[in-house]
Write a protein that binds this ligand. Structure first.
Ligand code: ARG
Length: 279
């Protein structure tokens, strides 16, 4: 018997990213952050540049959001807004430490010609809102509030599927679930309520499921272009699954940013759709 591995097609993407110029761990708003552990700023910048250059080498555009002093988490650009079909919803951060990042994102989108809506309810952008197919999967429970999902549905103009997160280590949807293609995802079932697990199984019966070990190294915080999947080099199990499913795992090394609780996906805000791209 032969098994066929689906062939996967990459589409060109456009991302917004913010260099880790002021990155530091100065407060604790997720269990990964320990302010007593020093951050090596030069290593953080090197690792971030490698991530950016890897995306560019794969043919993607990466635009720059200027970093602002005293906003050490601004490197995690994914949290500043959601962009779906060219519609932009600017975040409203749950923690006051990150709140001013929203204005920087709003200003960037305005000068780039978008007409952003600013969220009124706690909403952490693409950390918790992930477009897939014709839907947007949304996380709540730890950062983004459940009523914010309805606000996003209005602003983004797409049906939003609500999922509830339960484990503080996986505080954003993009730490527990990654969109791989228009109809495939990978996720860590233990990070969601039983009801959300039922929803995910019904929508994605063939999804890749992460083990405890792959989730614990933030392996799900991955960026996919439909074919290449950038994920931490430590997620060996997921890399093997991705390979078996016809994806090309691209290992990345971001240990300094992991001290802030982030991986490759947190560092890029996808400007959806890419120019000329279908979506
Ligand atoms: N220290 C940041 C925070 O806790 C990390 C954000 C990571 N971003 C993400 N999309 N998961 O808010």
């Amino acid at each position: 018997m032969t098994t066929t591995v689906p062939s996967r097609t990459a589409t060109r993407r456009r991302f917004l990213a913010c260099p880790p110029t002021y990155f530091a761990v100065e407060y604790t708003i997720n269990p990964w952050m320990d302010p007593t552990r020093p951050v090596d700023s030069e290593a953080a910048l090197r690792q971030w540049l490698t991530l950016r250059d890897t995306l560019r080498r794969l043919g993607h555009r990466v635009e720059t959001l200027a970093p602002r002093p005293r906003l050490p988490d601004m490197v995690f650009a994914a949290n500043g807004a959601s962009v779906v079909d060219g519609r932009v919803l600017v975040a409203r951060f749950r923690h006051p430490e990150r709140a001013p990042e929203a204005a920087a994102h709003q200003a960037w989108f305005e000068q780039a010609g978008y007409r952003p809506t600013v969220a009124e309810l706690p909403n952490e952008g693409q950390g918790d809102f992930l477009p897939v197919g014709d839907l947007v999967l949304a996380g709540s429970g730890l950062r983004t509030s459940a009523p914010a999902h309805r606000e996003a549905e209005q602003a983004l103009g797409r049906p939003v599927v609500s999922l509830r997160l339960t484990d503080p280590r996986f505080y954003h949807l993009d730490t527990a679930l990654a969109v791989l293609s228009e109809d495939q995802i990978m996720y860590y079932p233990a990070a969601f309520t039983p009801e959300s697990n039922r929803t995910l199984r019904a929508l994605f019966p063939r999804a890749i499921l992460a083990t405890d070990q792959d989730a614990a190294v933030l392996g799900l915080n991955a960026v996919s272009d439909g074919r290449h999947v950038l994920l931490t080099e430590a997620a060996h199990g997921l890399a093997a699954h991705l390979h078996a499913e016809g994806f090309v795992p691209v290992p990345v090394h971001l240990p300094e940013l992991l001290k802030g609780g982030g991986g490759p996906k947190c560092c890029v805000l996808e400007l959806h759709p890419a120019p000329g791209g279908g979506r």
